[in-house]
Every structure is written in C-alpha cells, then in structure tokens.
Write a protein that binds this ligand. Structure first.
Ligand SMILES: Nc1ncnc2c1ncn2[C@@H]1O[C@H](COP(=O)(O)OP(=O)(O)O)[C@@H](O)[C@H]1O
Ligand SMILES: [Mg+2]
Ligand SMILES: [Zn+2]
Length: 711
C-alpha cells in the first residue's frame, strides 16, 4: 500500500496530540481521549493504537510512522505523556517508561515472516506466526548508576545500547576505569526473548521453517507461551555479529523489537467457505457411504488397508471435546497407531494424511528440534540463558501431529507424552522454568516392530519399543502384517505397476464413485471441525453401552478369561462414533455410526489383544504389556522352580536367569523383566538379597494369593 503524501509532518508530536484528542471513532465518541483519561486515572503507562485509525485521520503521520517508527514513536510517547500529565492533574511518574503500542486489525497488512527482507530494516512490520520458544524473564538495566572505585562518586548513565556503557571518566577524580554498577539506584526492566516461526500449515512441503527472534520488554513479557499463535507489530531490527576475536561481520542478524503482541486464534480464523462450497459439502455428506468415500480419498495410492484409512480419517475429523462445570475436560482427539511389518504402506498413508489435514505437523521419529514431541528447556547462545521450546504436539495444538517411526521418540518424550495424549497439556518444571503448554492434538502414528516383523505371540509392547501406558492411550491400534497371499499379491502387483507406469490411475470409491479431491477434502474437514459437534442419540448410546457390558460380562462367566475392555475404551468408542457422525456433517450420532465405530474398535482389539493361545481378548496385553492368561505365567513360573530345584532350593541369580530365558526360550528381555516384576509384586517370588530370586515360602495366605492370581 502506498500512501500519497506531499510531505512528512514537521512536528509529529503535535500531530499525535491532535490525533489522540480529536480522533472520533463514532460521532462524538473520542476513543483515544477516553483511553488516555482512563490510563491517567489508573496510572497505566501505555495505550494501544490502531494503525488504521492513524491512517484514516492523518495519513502523513501514518506514513512517517511506518518509515521511521522509532523516532516517530518517541514523539508519540511525548504527546502521550503530556496528555497523561494533563489528565492526571499535572504530575506523572517520570521514572517510568511509557508506550504507544501500535497494532493492526487489517489482516492484509500482515506479512508471512518469511517475506521479511532487507528493505524492511528499521521499518514497522506486522507479522504472524507461532511462538516456538520463550526465554526466562530476566532483568535488563536501563538506567545504571556507577560507583567510582577511587573516590566513590556515583555517575548515572542511561543504557540505550545492547552492551553496558560505563562512564568515560569520573567527574570528581578523573579516574577512567574500574566502575561498578550499583544495583541499588539503577532501574531494571523485564526482558524476554522469544522465537516466532511460520505457521505449520503455511509451510510448503519440504521447506525448512523460517523463524525470527523477538524482544519483549515491560508489560509485554510473558504475554504468550510457546505453542501460541501470535500477531506481532514490531520494528525489524538487526544486530551486528561478532566473531570470537571481536571482528564484526558484514552479515547482520535480524530480530524484532516488539511493539505489541496478541493471540491469533486458529479457530477464529476465517473459514473462507462460500455458500457454493457449503452446498457441495452438504451434497457429499448426504451420500450413504460418505465415510467410506472419505476414507478411500485419504490415501488413494494405497491398495486396501481400508481400516487404517478409516482410522486416519476419524482422527482427521476428531470427536467432540467436552468441558465440565468443575473445570475438567475430556479430549475429543482420536489417537491412532499403525504397527506393522516394513513396507506395508503405513508411512505412505501418514504422508497423505499430512497432505490432507487442514492443520498438521508431520515428523519422523524424534522430530526435528531439540524440543522433540513435547517440550524442552534449551540454552540460548545469548545472554537470555534458558528458553522453553515447544515440541511437535504443542505446535500442532488444535490439529494433527502425524508421527512416523513413533517408537524412535526420545526418552524424555516417553515420560512426558502420557500427559500430552490424555490431559492435552505438556508441563515443564525444570531449571526454574515452570509452565504448562496446551497440546490439544490428535496423533496419527506409525511404528515398526523392533525385531523386524510383528509376532502375535508377543504382546504389542514386546513387539514395539513403547510402554503400556503410552499404547493404552491410543483409541485405535492396528497391526499390519505382510503375509504372502496369491490373489492379494497379484492385485497389489497390478495396482503398483499401474500407478507407476500410467499417466493417471482412476481410483474409485465404494459404488465406483469418484474420490474426493484432496483440496476439497481438506476444506471439508476444516468445515466439519469448526461447525459440527455431534451428540449421542439414545439409540447410539444403548449400542455402545451394550457392547461394553457384553464384553465385560463375557469375562465373568469364564474362569480363565482375561479382561477384554476397560472404562478408558468406552470414552474412545464415544469419540469414534462422534467422528463418524462428523464425517457426514451430522450433529447427532446415529445407531449406524455407533455400529461402525464398534466394528472398527473390535478390529483394533482383535489386532492387539487377542491371545494367540486361547483366541480370546485380553486387554492386559496392551494395558500392562503382559498376558493375563495363566498359561503364560505358570509356564514361566515352572522355569523358575526348575532352576531353583537345580540349585538345591537356594536363591538363583536374577540376571543369569534373564539371560538364560532370553537365549534358550527366545523371550524378549523386557518381557522377562516385567514378568519377574509382576511375580514379585504378587508375592510369588522375592529377592532374599538384591539381584537374586527365590520362591516365597508357601503359607496359606500366599497360596490364596497365588490362586487368585491364576484366575
Ligand atoms: N497397500 C499398498 N498399496 C500401494 N502401495 C503400497 C502398499 N503397501 C506398500 N506400498 C508401497 O510400498 C512402499 C513402501 O511403503 P511404506 O509406506 O514406506 O511402508 P512402511 O512405512 O509400512 O514400512 C511405498 O512406495 C508404498 O507405496
Ligand atoms: Mg515406514
Ligand atoms: Zn572518582
């Protein structure tokens, strides 16, 4: 935007004064005059000013502000102080710093921060992005008093540079060195450095996100937390780089001196959906098999695996978040995990989800930054010391985190991720930084078996490097096995050959319908996520309830049965049913939605919790990483007894036993350790001296305990 002006104001302070006093936002309503009167009354040291107001009232002033913000704002602050003084009856605290905080409400003024260039240096800029890092709040000295080491005379020096300026000479004794700051009289302000990065959804695939440092002072510190989306008005500044020998570089590092910072809410953002779009969505939603069509459209280049595509689609749409009067909440996010043999198309599905999700971050393994999946405290290479940096789940707040090689996550993340998945927050309390960040993020993840291939004789935990508490937080887990199957193999061969050799392959949905183009699907999801909040109908409720009770009942009738479902599953079923309804843009969950949801849930249970020996469901396989079924435990206990007998009844060495079991029986080491732990907890074995194990002498009490265990 070019403003046509003849000449800049000669005395900007007068222009500001006129603007503050006489700007009318509606007839006879003087917004800034009132604001300043209020500030004088409440001893506030700043006011917010809309750039558009200045532009409409005094275009030359606005232009000057944009071109030379620092000098112009100083004039504005002088005008503000005069008015404050006037309204406060002639006196204000001159020791305080005053501010005119410029902001904009015109989105077209805002720039993607990737576009900041040399021409913007020292200019007023408006940018938006996501806060990825925030330092501790530290004191910065603005007025320093120095004591002379020779005669103790005190000299005042205003600090306007980044480096501390000491007096050149003592006016009393002419000494030139050794001055010490006395913090007693000096003035300090709050100072914080942050880092702002491009929004994940605006990042073109394969590009490294661009970020810029920003400096917050005074009341602006702590205004935003890592993971927050922000709108910033600032002055684009640079500082000179110096190498270790004090040589200055010709390359400058940019940063923003921030004038105002506000939250930018992703949900509030314009949906940008036309009535025609909406009509098209309604037409799609009315199709009887819309859910299948969406699922197929999520990953058109993958043959089969419809249940994986459906799970991914459900996570993209999500269930409904519930907030209760007592302040607690239940997540609406649906977490899904694909475990399986290599080369079965899991990664491919994830990549396509990342492409379709309206707001997603895709990472493989640990994530690209130090913050990993959750958050981390990192050391800055400047004076600001420690910073809190947001990880993937925090940055993807309000959207999807799509994580391949989920099992390769950092150990630090393994501890913190439970909270992120269930409570939807990430808490950090480390090195004086205490914060809770929001992480209302749905996870779509894939993991590979650590032994190469998935074995159903091992529990999911044994198969992949993930603990039971993490696994149990997934709403749906599917196991993909790569088994030779002549008909499927032929079909796959043709499909992949077609895909790779033909110009275009027309993949169709159920009933040979055309698939939904990815850009349409993306907006459809955005629309559903922001407008549709389905509720359970009584019929749907009954179906879910009966399903749960039946599975629980099956256990009780069977002496040897394990538990098939727990209450946590129930919440998952509700979420999945809601997501089914959302996919059809319906505000209520039908019987059919609930049935579909349970069908998928059953498949997930079957994949992860079937005991291969009995063919029955046993959630302990996921919840504890151990099969509850007695056959496994008694077999294991027999081996221990055998060893102890061979040792004439004396305690045996625990590590040797583990080694032996690992090699002779080929049981996963972690599994052996967990089994021993369980037997110890149940009082069946004990450690007479640490590192050894023996059978607990059988008293009546123990015997009972053991038999109870056997059930
Ligand atoms: N069901 C399938 N349909 C089409 N292509 C497949 C399928 N399964 C695997 N592929 C192809 O095999 C390759 C490896 O798949 P990938 O997604 O990397 O497997 P994974 O992540 O399970 O190890 C990809 O190029 C993928 O397109
Ligand atoms: Mg893979
Ligand atoms: Zn002196």
């Amino acid at each position: 935007m070019v403003i046509d002006i003849d000449q800049y104001p000669a005395h900007p302070k007068h222009n500001f004064e006129d603007f503050f006093k006489n700007f009318e936002d509606s007839p006879n309503h003087f917004k800034y005059r009132e604001e300043i009167q209020g500030a004088a009354l409440r001893k506030k040291t700043y006011i917010y000013v809309l750039f558009e107001d200045i532009l409409s009232y005094d275009p030359p002033l606005a232009e000057l502000l944009r071109e030379a913000p620092e000098e112009t704002l100083r004039e504005g602050i002088d005008a503000l102080k005069d008015l404050l003084k006037f309204y406060a009856g002639g006196k204000i605290d001159e020791d305080l710093d005053y501010f005119v905080r410029i902001k904009t409400d015109n989105n077209s003024n805002e720039e993607n921060l990737r576009k900041l260039r040399a021409v913007h240096i020292d200019k007023l800029v408006y940018i938006y992005g996501i806060l990825i890092r925030a330092s501790q709040i530290i004191p910065q000295i603005t007025i320093a008093y120095f004591e002379c080491p020779v005669c103790q005379q005190v000299t005042k020096v205003d600090q306007i540079e980044d480096v501390l300026i000491a007096p050149k000479q003592c006016s009393n004794c002419k000494n030139k060195s050794g001055f010490m700051v006395t913090s007693k009289d000096s003035t300090f302000i709050d100072w914080q450095s942050i880092r702002v990065q491009e929004l994940p959804e605006e990042l073109s695939p394969g590009r490294v996100p661009y970020s810029i440092k920003g400096i917050l002072t005074h009341d602006l510190v702590d205004k935003a937390r890592p993971g927050d989306r922000v709108k910033i008005t600032g002055i684009f500044k640079t500082f000179v780089n110096e190498n270790s020998r004090g040589k200055k570089s010709t390359l400058f590092t940019p940063y923003l001196r921030i004038l105002s910072i506000e939250g930018k809410n992703a949900e509030e953002e314009d949906l940008n959906i036309s009535p025609e779009d909406e009509k098209e969505y309604r037409r799609l939603a009315a199709k009887p098999s819309i859910q299948e069509l969406i699922a197929k459209s999520v990953a058109p280049s993958i043959l089969g695996l419809d249940h994986l595509k459906m799970a991914a689609a459900l996570s993209l749409f999500g269930g409904v978040r519930k907030e209760f009067k007592d302040g607690s909440a239940r997540r609406g996010d649906i977490h899904v995990l694909f475990i399986g043999d290599p080369g079965t198309g899991k990664s491919q599905i994830l990549k396509q989800c990342a492409h379709i999700s309206p707001q997603a971050i895709y990472v493989s393994g640990k994530g690209s930054s130090a913050a990993g999946l959750t958050a981390a405290v990192v050391r800055e290479n400047d004076a600001s010391g420690l910073s809190l940096e947001a990880g993937v789940l925090v940055l993807a707040d309000g959207g999807n985190a799509i994580i391949d090689e989920f099992d390769k996550m950092d150990n630090r993340d393994r501890v913190a991720i439970h909270e992120a998945m269930e409570q939807q927050t990430v808490s950090v309390a480390k090195a004086g930084i205490i914060a809770t960040l929001r992480a209302r993020t749905s996870i779509i993840a894939a993991a590979n078996p650590k032994m190469g291939r998935y074995s159903e004789y091992n529990t999911p935990t044994d198969n992949i490097n993930l603990s039971p508490p993490i696994l149990s937080r997934f709403d749906l887990i599917f196991v993909v096995k790569d088994e030779p199957n002549p008909t499927l193999d032929q079909e796959m061969a043709d499909f992949i050959l077609d895909l790779n050799t033909q110009e275009s392959v027309t993949v169709t949905g159920p009933n040979k319908e055309p698939l939904i183009p990815s850009m349409v699907l993306q907006k459809y999801i955005k629309y559903a996520r922001s407008k549709i909040f389905p509720k359970l109908t009584p019929e749907a409720r009954k179906i879910i309830r009966d399903f749960y009770i039946d599975l629980r009942k099956a256990d009780r009738n069977d002496e040897s049965a394990a538990i098939a479902v727990v209450a946590r599953h129930l919440e998952g079923y509700i979420r999945i049913s809601e997501a089914y309804a959302k996919m059809a843009l319906r505000n209520y969950v039908t019987e059919k939605d609930a049935e579909n949801a349970l069908e998928l849930a059953k498949r997930s249970l079957k994949d992860t919790s079937t005991d291969p020996n009995t063919g029955k469901l046993d959630v302990d396989r996921v919840l504890t990483g151990l099969p509850a079924v007695t056959a496994q435990i008694t077999g294991f206990l027999d081996a221990i007894k055998h060893k102890i007998d061979a040792n004439k009844g004396d305690a045996i060495n625990e590590q040797e036993f583990i080694d032996d079991m690992e090699f002779s029986k080929n049981i996963e080491r972690g599994r052996i350790e967990r089994l021993l732990e369980k037997l110890k907890n149940d009082g069946i074995i004990f450690s007479p001296i640490p590192g050894t194990i023996n059978l607990t002498p059988v008293t009546d009490k123990n015997k009972k305990g053991f038999q109870k265990q056997k059930k």
